[in-house]
Design a protein around this ligand. Sequence first.
Ligand SMILES: Nc1ncnc2c1ncn2[C@@H]1O[C@H](COP(=O)(O)OP(=O)(O)OP(=O)(O)O)[C@@H](O)[C@H]1O
Length: 272
Amino acid sequence: MKRPQLERPALLEARGVTRLYGPGKGCEDIDFRLHEGEVLGIVGESGSGKSTLLRTLCGMETPDAGRVVYHSDVERCLDGATDDGELDLYAIGEARRRALLRMEWGLVHQNPRDGLRLGVSAGANIGERLMALGDRHYGQLRAAGQDWMGRVELDPGRIDDAPRHFSGGMQQRLQIARTLVTRPRLVFMDEPTGGLDVSVQARLLDMLRTLVRELGLSVVLVTHDLAVARLLADRLMVMCRGRVVEAGLTDQILDDPQHAYTQLLVSSVLTP
Ligand SMILES: Nc1ncnc2c1ncn2[C@@H]1O[C@H](COP(=O)(O)OP(=O)(O)OP(=O)(O)O)[C@@H](O)[C@H]1O
């Protein structure tokens, strides 16, 4: 029997998620709900557990305790989901988790080399994700490749070039195109502008913000950069030694931080 919908269902939920490598190393007892169309930023200094949490949320690292629950699209609903599409990420098998990543999710790595095949053409990098969903029409795949190169401000005339000949910023744009071409319902981003020159970062960030708004993306974003969080995230979770010390609306947290650690984090950014 379906439950009455008293509130908008969450797209992704963490319930007591814990993955620890040692005391304070990893993430501990994390709870949150991400709704459709929301960008949740996970911030904190290096080593606070952001990437561990992200890996646990996207099926790459089994938690020691707790559950990650995803509300699957009932249209494309995968085996293992309940009637209303609820999937317990680590109760389904590895094959189904992979299918989820292919069909409903997208992942943007900090290093584009982790998300691209550098030796095959830019067009093939984009088309490949569509082919994995069953698209076989060469003309359509190529048209989608050109369209997406344009959307991420890459020259579509370079569709046959291999990304190994692209700059770091261009590779990151291509990785974003490859991820978004399948219109994922949920996107995980790990420091998407990290490791790039400041001016390249600014342009990329601007483009990402436009895409997030235009496509109404639901995103879990890990960043240590509060300026990135300010521009992209609707809500923030602040992590310190594996735990969430403060959570709330982005502007509230950055303009009026309550926890001493958040105050330090914010002031260290604001103080030149
Ligand atoms: N596979 C692992 N084995 C052992 N310890 C690990 C492993 N992965 C992470 N850690 C440790 O867990 C802690 C949290 O690391 P994590 O990478 O999640 O932090 P982070 O906030 O993402 O930091 P950064 O921004 O530097 O990537 C660190 O102390 C790290 O050394």
